[in-house]
Design a protein around this ligand. Structure first.
Ligand SMILES: Cc1cc2nc3c(=O)[nH]c(=O)nc-3n(C[C@H](O)[C@H](O)[C@H](O)COP(=O)(O)OP(=O)(O)OC[C@H]3O[C@@H](n4cnc5c(N)ncnc54)[C@H](O)[C@@H]3O)c2cc1C
Length: 282
């Protein structure tokens, strides 16, 4: 599904490249959104001497853990840049940064190195620092506490297009939880985007997995998908045309979840190569 790039420089800017921000960037990039992570400073986990509680990793240096995350985001097509965000402001109709109409809202993200980037969505994942968000609600949004940004558990805030993940949202500590939360918040954003395009709750939330070639497709499979979608249609009135469009798009999306043996092997090899480079040789 296309992003929002016609209107903005980026679909989404993620502020903060710790476990939560990188995990969010990973999901967003995999969805096909043009995602940019700005990260400068020190992640909370860099105070730790050795991470010993991340599932599947008996022990890993925090710097290596973060580097693996950055490389994964890049592999999926996202960008990670060393820069500090100093302000996030809403775009408005008179803002020169808005290339086209202002129908989608959006933000201008300004950095320490003097960059201005327009974006439809901002996902804040900076653990302790929320000062750059203060302008969004005339200063009232940021109350100066450790976890200054009000967000619900899914990372949604009262500001359309602004999401908060990880420690900054006031969630529990530990990197695996931050990574999980980043993924969850990214999925909230994607769900909201899908809903804005006519999907309803149940069909908006399911995406991103892999199956082998030929698992999907064919009349019987199409029938199953149709039945599943029919069973999810909410009580509100939804036109037959919209239902047909969603069915067609969901089928196309699921067929894209198929990968060949060669594609799987290429990914496994890329994974081995990355681990060899970053983990085994340290
Ligand atoms: C001493 C200590 C030891 C810990 N040990 C463990 C442990 O052993 N195992 C474990 O699971 N958890 C541990 N934790 C907890 C873990 O560090 C956090 O739960 C986790 O790092 C939170 O992830 P996050 O992505 O929310 O924030 P962070 O990892 O802190 O990432 C936030 C990132 O945003 C960047 N940033 C901040 N402001 C800006 C800005 N304006 N613009 C751009 N970038 C910005 C920061 O530099 C940082 O890289 C420890 C924490 C501490 C303090």
């Amino acid at each position: 599904m296309a992003g929002t790039k016609n209107e903005f420089d980026r679909d989404v800017v993620i502020v903060g490249g710790g476990a939560s921000g990188l995990s969010a960037a990973l999901f967003l990039s995999r969805y096909g959104l043009d995602a940019l992570v700005f990260d400068r400073g020190t992640s909370a986990i860099e105070q730790c001497y050795c991470i010993e509680n991340y599932l599947g990793l008996l022990g890993i240096r925090p710097e290596t853990f973060l580097e693996l995350g950055r490389e994964h985001v890049r592999y999926e097509g996202g960008d990670v840049e060393d820069d500090m965000v100093v302000e996030v402001a809403r775009l408005n109709a008179s803002d020169e940064g808005s290339k086209d109409s202002n129908s989608l809202g959006g933000f201008r993200v300004s950095t320490q190195d003097g960059r201005d980037v327009t974006t439809r969505f901002v996902l804040a994942a900076t653990a302790y620092d929320g000062d750059y968000l203060a302008e969004l609600a005339d200063g009232e949004f940021h109350d100066g506490g450790d976890h200054p940004v009000e967000a619900d558990e899914s990372g949604r805030t009262e500001i359309d297009g602004l999401y908060v993940a990880g420690w900054l949202s006031g969630g529990p500590h530990q990197v695996s939880i931050a990574a999980g939360h980043g993924g969850r918040v990214a999925k909230s954003l994607i769900e909201d985007l899908r809903k804005s395009r006519g999907y309803w709750d149940e069909v908006a939330q399911f995406w991103d997995w892999r199956v082998e070639v030929d698992k999907y497709g064919g009349d019987e499979w199409e029938g199953h998908v149709d039945d599943w979608i029919d069973g999810t249609i909410p009580d509100e009135e939804i036109s037959a045309e919209r239902i047909e469009r969603v069915k067609a798009e969901i089928k196309e999306e699921r067929l894209d979840f198929e990968i060949s043996a060669a594609e799987r092997e290429a990914r496994l090899e890329a994974s081995r190569e990355l681990l060899r480079e970053k983990l085994f040789e340290e």
